[in-house]
Design a protein around this ligand. Structure first.
Ligand SMILES: Nc1ncnc2c1ncn2[C@@H]1O[C@H](COP(=O)(O)OP(=O)(O)OP(=O)(O)O)[C@@H](O)[C@H]1O
Ligand SMILES: [Mg+2]
Length: 506
């Protein structure tokens, strides 16, 4: 096979950080090449160098496409050379239609006027290619995250990409959508499209990739044919040591009931009369991890957001904390009642990207850092430092701006923020999405420590091994209703799936 892409000796430095240190990366034409590495290893940065986000002159080294050295001054240059990137954080304009997004910057014009009809026709074709059945006139923001991801892929296809880069494309997709995506990638490969695939889901990587390159701390560890590696090997190459167990499970030591929810119903904020959660009851005890499983759209996020006072739809039902009825009307109420929430959408609810690590960490617990309303900056810095140490956040100092951290390290800051509030009840919604295996293990250890300290922990997760591996009891939701609850010792993936797809258990 011929070489499609060669990156030679790439070095990229940010103030105080060497993100890429003399990286070599060679990709053959028509292969699916996975790029693996821990959070902050440099994967996204390498792809931004390739796609012109960081223009020539801002990095050292060479980029050769089909054997010819290229200099990209911006994204358009890279696109013209056949490179399309789908970013880790979705980049579609939510207030534009699907068709407008597909052709953003490449509007089909006739006599200088945007030809809407033609754009809609063309859009339908590209949407069909990715198996997406939506009206091109639909507002992009109205689509779920999974569908937006497929629109991104359609957009890349519409540009006739020769090299397609996917940076964690499946983090927010349902299993069905992942299946569709895998099919599309195999089809593109048949047509000779080269694909670079970044993911922390190693089972996916092993299923789809032909070749794997591992980065560690901004350096290339090596490139391997997929037949020569397995999960354990990739992990040890990534983290530089072996990781024997994936889930550091502890025995439950259930105490008193901390949270009791009875006949809880949550209404949709925009569809009158529609309930997103209907008549759900459960209890969480001190010192136990309670898991909530289900498919995307089952209402899991709505349930925890509503309990936390952060969901706009009306709710009905009873909620008790430590045996006392509570009425949570706002996030402030929830925090005062001893609740914390690590949200699934870190950009929207979790972080202020323009602020530094210590301010983000202290934000939810300002009371702890303020004395008579004056913020104690020393304590704030200490809190930031502590989060950096305990969570091994890859940041230079508590002053580092959160927006400059890698995706997974941003997620760690969100977790650090809620840990400092010392909650009695901690909700974690997809806490390890986009987090590398080594850091996942660290986060599980922190959760275990909280549980030992008597915190009641609720984990919402789409990763069934995580639910089964870490939780003590598991409740499954399907279309807003509770369809099952069982101890983790009796949980299997099949049983969770069955309940998640609506199969009621006696
Ligand atoms: N704009 C920036 N300013 C300063 N530092 C940055 C910037 N972008 C990335 N970095 C730093 O460069 C390093 C590599 O980050 P990068 O985003 O490439 O990691 P990654 O491998 O994609 O990680 P993840 O799996 O978490 O997405 C990190 O230490 C990060 O903090
Ligand atoms: Mg990244």
């Amino acid at each position: 096979m011929t070489v499609a892409l060669e990156m030679r000796g790439i070095t990229k430095v940010f103030p105080g950080v060497v993100a890429l240190d003399n990286v070599n990366f060679t990709v053959r034409k028509g292969e699916i090449h996975a790029l693996c590495g821990e959070n902050g290893a440099g994967k996204s940065t390498l792809m931004k160098v390739l796609s012109g986000v960081y223009p020539v002159g801002t990095y050292k080294g060479q980029i050769l496409i089909d054997g010819v050295e290229r200099h990209f001054h911006d994204i358009r240059d890279a696109e013209a050379a056949g490179i399309a990137i789908i970013y880790q954080e979705l980049a579609l304009a939510r207030n534009l239609s699907v068709a407008e997004n597909l052709f953003l910057g490449h509007e089909l014009k006739r006599f200088g006027i945007v030809n809407k009809e033609k754009m809609h026709k063309e859009s339908e074709r590209w949407l069909r290619e990715v198996g997406l059945n939506v009206d091109p006139r639909e507002l992009t923001g109205n689509l779920g995250i999974g569908k937006q991801q497929l629109v991104e892929i359609a957009k890349a296809l519409a540009k006739n990409a020769k090299i397609l880069i996917l940076d964690e494309p499946t983090a927010a997709l349902t299993e069905q959508e992942v299946g569709i995506l895998m099919g599309i990638l195999r089809e593109l490969k048949q047509r000779g499209v080269t694909c670079i695939y970044i993911s922390h889901k190693l089972n996916e990587v092993l299923a789809i990739a032909d070749t794997i390159t591992v980065l560690r701390d901004g350096q290339t560890v090596g490139t391997y044919p997929v037949s020569e590696v397995d999960e354990g090997k990739i992990i040890s190459l990534m983290v530089g040591r072996e990781l024997k167990e994936r889930f550091p499970r502890i025995e439950a030591s259930p105490g008193d009931v901390m949270l009791r929810v009875r006949n809880y119903t949550v209404m949709s904020p925009d569809q009158p009369g529609k309930a997103v959660i209907r008549d759900v009851s459960f209890e969480v005890r001190k010192g136990e991890i309670f898991g909530i499983g289900g498919l995307m759209g089952a209402g899991r996020t709505e349930l925890v957001m509503s309990l936390f006072g952060a969901y706009p739809g009306e709710s009905r039902g009873e909620v008790e904390i430590e045996g006392r009825p509570v009425r949570i009307r706002s996030v402030g109420d929830a925090i005062r009642a001893g609740m914390g929430l690590v949200s699934e959408d870190r950009k929207k609810y979790g972080l202020v990207l323009g602020m530094n690590v210590k301010s983000n960490v202290s934000m939810a617990s300002l009371q702890a850092f303020a004395w008579r309303g004056v913020i104690d900056h020393n304590r704030e810095t200490a809190g930031g430092l502590q989060a950096i140490h305990t969570l091994r956040i890859k940041a230079n100092s508590p002053e580092t701006i959160v927006g400059t951290l890698s995706g997974g390290n941003q997620q760690k800051v969100v977790i650090g923020k809620w840990l400092t509030t010392r909650p009695k009840i901690l909700f974690l919604d997809e806490p390890t999405r986009g987090i590398d295996v080594g850091a996942k293990f660290e986060i599980y250890n922190i959760i275990n420590q909280l549980v030992r300290d008597g915190v009641a922990v609720v984990i919402v997760s789409s990763e069934m091994p995580e639910l089964i591996g870490m939780c003590h009891r598991i409740m499954v939701l399907s279309e807003g209703r509770k369809t099952a609850e069982f101890p983790a010792s009796e949980a299997t993936q099949e049983r969770i799936m069955k309940a998640a797809t609506g199969g009621m258990e006696a």
